[in-house]
Ligand binder design. Structure first.
Ligand code: CO
Length: 354
């Protein structure tokens, strides 16, 4: 048993809920965002009431949002309401900036990472941050990840792909190996969804393409054999319960069994790699969580809400609480212990006064 696991176990009665998938977006004006890109950079338009606003991409509204996204005081109040002891925040994926020149994105990432730490400074014990990196330049990305770790970030968040390149791309694998070597946990978040001009209405890119993006990023690591080269020490977690992965794993195993082109680069049955990664619990349905637990095991799932977005779990932790087949030890793992271990969280000070 590692010292961290041991430390986590001792907190069992006190530490109840860590929400490891939550987003922030800093109060950045269009003029400030222009340093990244004059036309397409994301920024925040806050309404006169100060409570609501829009994430903008250049002149185009991208998503309606409210104050918990940028105001840590309201975030903390909502955490209290949901009984969340600790929340790990990360960028809203539109902030990644992978499409811009790497040097500009590196400067932007550093700025966003500083703003994430500023957000967390409202309560350093209860708010932790994951950094963003200029993934389009592997060397800069590694440097940014290491710097972020040194400045107090608890890991990095990356997008599920980089343009036409999936996670098995050699540069992205090198980045993951760097994270493994430096003990930097990685959250993979779907973004820039495959739509090819279709799925224009009803949020279909978020409902259909987003889970497929996550499944694609997991399968790209498995079927390419990348997991054979990446150290087992890599801590990597995929958002939204791994998207379509768990439900379709049987289909993948069958294909691996029956078609040599599926086996070509993957020496072992795809389902044997489920012990190489984690997923969050954001699947919104008790049957889905049950399947996910059967596929991944309760030691590979972490409570994650997607707070404060409307496609997130609205009553954070209710899905896990409402799952009677999970015993209290499993719930404790999903709600807190797995995340303590995964993100190397020092619990000292966290429970003071709580
Ligand atoms: Co999210």
């Amino acid at each position: 048993m590692s010292p961290l696991r041991h430390a986590a176990s001792r907190e069992v009665c006190i530490m109840k809920k860590i929400d490891m998938h939550a987003h922030f977006f800093p109060r950045i004006s269009q003029a400030q965002a222009a340093e990244l890109d004059q036309v397409q950079a994301p920024w925040l338009a806050v309404n006169a009431n100060g409570e609501t606003g829009q994430i903008m991409k250049g002149a185009q509204p991208f998503r309606p949002v409210y104050r918990a996204l940028w105001d840590p005081q309201l975030r903390l109040q909502e955490m209290d309401k949901h009984g969340i002891d600790l929340q790990i925040i990360c960028a809203t994926p539109i902030m990644f900036g992978y499409e811009f020149p790497a040097a500009k994105t590196a400067a932007w990432a550093e700025r966003m990472n500083d703003l994430a730490m500023e957000h967390c400074a409202a309560d350093q014990a209860r708010l932790k941050a994951l950094a963003q990196v200029p993934l389009q330049d592997p060397e800069l990305a590694c440097r940014t990840a290491s710097q972020a770790k040194a400045s107090g970030h608890h890991g990095v968040q990356i997008g599920s792909h980089l343009g036409a390149r999936d996670l098995d791309d050699e540069h992205l694998v090198q980045f993951l190996i760097h994270c493994a070597q430096e003990n930097i946990p990685v959250l993979v978040h779907p973004w820039d969804m495959m739509t090819d001009g279709r799925m224009k209405k009803w949020m279909l890119p978020w409902l259909v393409a987003m889970p497929a993006e996550t499944q694609l990023s997991i399968l790209s690591l498995i079927l390419s054999g990348a997991f054979e080269r990446i150290p087992e020490s890599l801590k990597i977690c995929f958002a939204h319960g791994g998207g379509s992965f768990a439900f379709l794993l049987g289909r993948v195993d069958n294909a691996w069994q029956c078609r040599d082109i599926v086996r070509a680069d993957c020496p072992r049955r795809p389902s044997s790699y489920v012990n190489r990664f984690y997923v969050d619990s954001a699947v919104f349905d008790t049957g889905a969580l049950r399947l996910l637990t059967e596929v991944m095991g309760a030691d590979r799932i972490m409570l994650g809400s997607d707070h404060p977005f409307p496609l997130g779990e609205q009553n954070i932790g209710k899905l896990v609480a409402d799952s009677p087949w999970l015993d209290s030890a499993d719930k404790q793992r999903i709600n807190a212990d797995n995340a303590l271990d995964f993100f190397n969280i020092d619990t000292e000070g966290l429970n003071n006064g709580r």
